[in-house]
Design a protein around this ligand. Structure first.
Ligand SMILES: [Zn+2]
Ligand SMILES: [Zn+2]
Length: 300
């Protein structure tokens, strides 16, 4: 799984940073979380193809999270897209997207299907799911948990050999089918370990640290609102945001594999101070720049 940070800034873009958008590539499909103003230019600068984006998940309808949609949709249309695009968001998303599509002389030759997601609602794909998570911000806001589906357990050829299974039947057992050696039935669990958890990415911005983190427990990567430094804690929390240190506390609480800070305020030209504050609490933190890419690999 590949995570491409298309935009990492919060609220107002700067010469160095776009506002927020993150693409996740799973196999051959791309899921886009938020769509900042100028997102399509960031996509052009990255390895992401417009045609591979099938689903867009908007966290909330503050401008820094969705204003790139009209331009991106128009470009997709001009590039000859015919495949439908699904756009999900918190309560009100359907109405906002409908209004966007009715602004100006806007014609698209592909379907845009918008749907509201309540926290706990899950969108199913063949190889992964995306679940909406309730965040705590000034307006209705969803975080999202993308989770690769459970993978079959590890196959132990030595156990199969011991049981006298001919090599040509290994594939059958690995696909979950049973077989017989003489009179004895061999079942997959006799030669395979328990199912393995898939990789998961939790995308959680904008929010105060006060949200129910249960859904993001044990996620491989947590991407969390880290608008500013700890000295501004009260002010940031009042405006529905978190500090880098608070993001790290959430990562620790969730037992996340890694933490990516995101949505930095425009007041920070460079964010090493935020990174330091977070690393005191959660060492495996990084502060991505626009267009940075992170590969997440299976550990077992
Ligand atoms: Zn924002
Ligand atoms: Zn916001």
């Amino acid at each position: 799984m590949e995570v491409i940070f298309l935009g990492t800034g919060g609220t107002v873009p700067t010469p160095e940073r776009n506002t927020v958008a993150v693409a996740v590539r799973v196999d051959n499909e791309v899921v886009l979380f938020d769509c900042c103003e100028g997102c399509q230019k960031q996509i052009m600068r990255s390895t992401v193809s417009f045609m591979k984006i099938k689903k867009v998940f908007i966290t909330h309808f503050h401008g820094d999270h969705f204003l790139g949609l009209p331009g991106m949709l128009q470009t997709m249309g001009l590039l000859g897209r015919t495949a439908p695009l699904e756009i999900y968001g918190p309560e009100g998303a359907e109405g906002f997207i409908e209004n966007l599509l009715e602004t100006g002389y806007y014609g698209l030759d592909f379907d845009v299907r918008a749907r509201d997601l309540k926290p706990g609602n899950t969108v199913q794909e063949a190889k992964f799911t995306v679940e909406a998570i309730s965040l705590n911000h000034l307006v209705p806001t969803n975080g999202y948990l993308l989770r690769e589906k459970t993978r079959p357990g590890r196959f132990y050829p030595e156990k199969a050999e011991e049981l006298g299974v001919p090599k040509r039947f290994y594939g059958k057992l690995q696909r979950g089918e049973c077989m017989k050696v003489g009179e004895r039935e061999i079942t997959p669990d006799m030669v395979m370990g328990p199912p393995r958890r898939g990789i998961s990415v939790a995308y959680c911005t904008d929010t105060t640290p006060d949200w129910d983190t249960g859904a993001a427990k044990d996620c491989s990567l947590l991407i969390h609102d880290a608008t500013g430094c700890d000295a501004l804690k009260e002010k940031l929390n009042t405006f529905g945001h978190s500090t880098a240190r608070q993001a790290a506390e959430i990562a620790k609480k969730c037992n996340a594999g890694k933490l990516a800070l995101i949505h930095y305020s425009q007041r920070y030209r460079e964010v090493s101070g935020l990174l330091e504050e977070a690393r005191v609490i959660f060492q495996n933190t990084f502060a991505p720049r626009d267009l940075d890419t992170v590969m997440l690999k299976h550990e077992d």
